[in-house]
Design a protein around this ligand. Structure first.
Ligand code: TSB
Ligand code: ZN
Length: 652
């Protein structure tokens, strides 16, 4: 005889059922509509298949594909469906891994050749056919050895490799729909008929296990939603994101390029991009000068002993380029500027009266980022860091740390950056001595000091263990690229470890030597990442002060070219980036070209303007501003540039 069990729902209401009931049956007992939409359940806090039998009293949550939990299951189930379709069309393809990522899924296949857009359509069609068959999805549990035998028999070598890495004692699970079986933790939708609104997006190469020494696989990305409307909305978002993608705009506006022969992740800044970099640097230099920073310059290389001392070779070697031999001595290109700056601090004796010492340099660093991780300007291998190191006493720490936070908030205001998250990255005690310098007490003490500073400063933040720098905790400001990837922009880090290793000292008021704390900070990130982010943030429509091309004079006819050239010269003298379009084109065509080039200010001149010494102003995205005396126009433009105004406002 079966027992009666009590199921508790999130609203604390309860119902009684016979033990052994599953979540789908519970959903049916509540209503057919829910039963139709529900894709996964959480039983006593664990996500479970709807078919999972519940034997004892339990609390249960039911999720539809609209909920994040349900959406992930839907995404992952669709990845399986795609793998099944690929195997049907290409029986020789080997399946590897296929996880759900934000709003998308992918699956990597080992096949001969690549997938074309036509192939993707064919796979998508096959997926619809397989989904409509309403295949039941079942879970199977097996020992590791049985799993190896099973996947060997199926000829899935990558799966065997994955299973061989798993602990021998573990029980594994696989999910099956018709003949297709995939190793998977689950949960999954109970029936492929639940998968309706999906789209394959694109395919690209991806190395097995993300390592370029391994074979290149073919990755297909796709997306799925629980309603046609949500799918459409997301596809529209992707279309918009594509338009903002800094890699596309970067090329169109001639900001930067990559070159095969130079190498991946090593951007070449074109003249337009260099203007943006210079403007950023001017802003940073100006605010750092006011905040008491001093500028320094250091080489791109140094002997390995420097990085032994700093701890980089112990904790950071994987991100460094291999050593080079120079006259029998090992040298490295620098992955960070700090060790060089520490040497500059140490170059002269310091007393507490000299502190804080703030050394700034936009030094170019080189990091060996995995090729699969490279992403336009956002993740590169050569980078100009918006760097400075602040050496201070423990008493000065809080104010210095908060001043840095305030500096990047000031920058965010200038750029109109409103969507960001502050993340307090802490150490992971399990990684002491490996990923992190081995001093538990100091970690705890420093993390407490940082939290106190942030709380006093009134900052909101989320704590993330395991993301600290090897030398101390940090505050990272997270933003999202147009295609939804998360990146760290500003960073503010405390270092309680390395100054001691460099024997950095200052004499305190009692004449005794003490070790300063070091704050590492990069409010504008690396200039590569910051410009990449800004391109997307503005969708290429830079505010006037940052725009590589600021003003274009559009003469209505050749007769007014002289007046146009006179304006260009006058603006050039005043430091405004101004040019003239003398092509024998109609004015409409000239305006269209200027719009495409995203030049913020167009100055149209005809004979009327020559006579009155005026110009007819047209602002991109805003439209005609009417006729303005030339001198007023120039002073308005200069004022807008000088104040680094975020958007154009007509002066009263
Ligand atoms: C701030 N020593 C500190 C420095 O003093 C340091 O190097 N910190 S870092 O490693 O966190 O890098 C600083 C910032 O550079 C990061 O917050 C991130 O915004 C940016 N950055 C890091 N790696 C890359 C990369 N590969 N491509 C582009 N930008 C990067
Ligand atoms: Zn540093």
């Amino acid at each position: 005889m079966s027992n009666i069990i009590t199921i508790t729902f999130p609203d604390a209401s309860t119902r009684e059922y016979e033990s052994g009931i599953n979540s789908l049956q519970i959903a049916e007992s509540i209503g057919p509509r829910l039963a139709q939409d529900v894709v996964v359940s959480k039983v006593d806090g664990e996500l479970r298949d709807l078919s999972y039998p519940i034997e004892l009293n339990a609390s249960i949550e039911l999720f539809t594909g609209e909920a994040p939990e349900g959406h992930e299951v839907l995404l992952h189930s669709t990845a399986h469906l795609m793998a099944q379709a690929v195997k049907e069309i290409y029986p020789k393809a080997q399946v590897t891994i296929g996880p759900a990522i934000e709003n998308r899924f992918y699956y990597d296949f080992d096949i001969d050749g690549t997938f074309s857009d036509k192939d993707l359509l064919r796979i998508e069609e096959k997926m619809h056919e397989l989904a409509n068959r309403g295949q039941i999805v079942t879970r199977k549990e097996m020992s590791r050895d049985d799993a190896i035998t099973l996947f060997k028999k199926m000829g899935e070598h990558y799966k065997v490799e994955i299973i061989e890495d798993i602990d021998p004692g573990e029980t594994l699970s696989a999910y099956q729909q018709s003949d297709f079986i995939d190793l998977c933790r689950g949960p999954h939708v109970p029936n492929t008929g639940e998968i309706k609104y999906f789209k394959l997006l694109n395919s690209s190469g991806a190395y097995w296990r993300g390592d370029e020494k391994n074979k290149m696989l073919q990755r297909i990305y796709g997306t799925v939603f629980s309603s046609k409307k949500s799918l459409k909305k997301y596809l529209n978002f992707l279309e918009e994101a594509k338009k903002r993608d800094h890699r596309k705009i970067g090329r169109e506006l001639e900001i930067y390029i990559f070159d095969e022969e130079v190498g991946p992740g090593l951007p070449l800044w074109l003249p337009n991009g260099t203007i943006i970099l210079d403007e950023l640097e001017d802003l940073a230099k100006e605010s750092e000068r006011k905040a008491g920073y001093k500028r320094v310059r250091t080489p791109h290389l140094s002997k390995s002993s420097l990085y032994e001392r700093s701890g980089h070779l112990e904790h950071y070697k994987d991100s460094m380029y291999p050593a080079m031999d120079i006259d029998g001595t090992e040298y490295y290109v620098k992955p960070m500027n700090c060790p060089h700056h520490h040497k500059i601090y140490a170059a002269s004796p310091k007393s507490y009266r000299d502190l804080p010492v703030r050394l700034a340099e936009y030094g170019t660093c080189y990091r060996y980022e995995k090729s699969g991780q490279l992403f336009g300007l956002m993740r590169v291998r050569s980078m100009q860091m918006n760097d400075a190191h602040i050496y201070c006493t423990p008493e000065q720490f809080k104010e210095e740390f908060l001043d840095v936070c305030r500096m990047y908030l000031m920058y965010f205001e200038i750029f109109g950056i409103e969507k960001y998250m502050m993340r307090l990255s802490l150490h992971d005690p399990a990684e002491l001595g490996k990923k992190y310098v081995d001093d538990s007490d100091l970690w705890i003490k420093t993390e407490k000091a940082v939290k106190e500073a942030l709380d006093d400063g009134g900052f909101n933040y989320t704590e993330i263990p395991g993301e600290a720098a090897f030398y101390g905790p940090k505050i990272d400001v997270q933003v999202w690229s147009a295609i939804g990837k998360e990146f760290t922009l500003a960073t503010n880090q405390v270092d309680f470890a390395v100054p001691g290793r460099f024997n950095l000292t200052y004499t305190n008021a009692d004449g005794k030597d003490e070790t300063p704390l070091c704050i590492h900070r990069a409010p504008l990130s690396t200039h590569e990442r910051f410009v990449g982010f800004l391109i997307e943030h503005y969708a290429g429509d830079f505010p006037l002060w940052l725009a590589p091309r600021q003003v274009i004079i559009l003469p209505v006819s050749e007769k007014v070219h002289d007046y146009g050239r006179e304006i260009v010269n006058e603006m050039f003298e005043k430091g405004i980036r101004c040019e003239i379009d003398t092509r024998p084109e109609k004015i409409g065509a000239k305006i269209r070209q200027a719009e495409l080039s995203k030049i913020p200010v167009m100055a149209i001149i005809g004979e009327k303007e020559v006579e009155a010494r005026t110009i007819s102003v047209r602002r991109r995205k805003i439209g005609d501003q009417g006729s303005i005396p030339l001198d007023d126009f120039i002073s308005e433009i200069l004022d807008e540039i000088k104040t680094r105004r975020h958007s154009y406002r007509k002066t009263e």
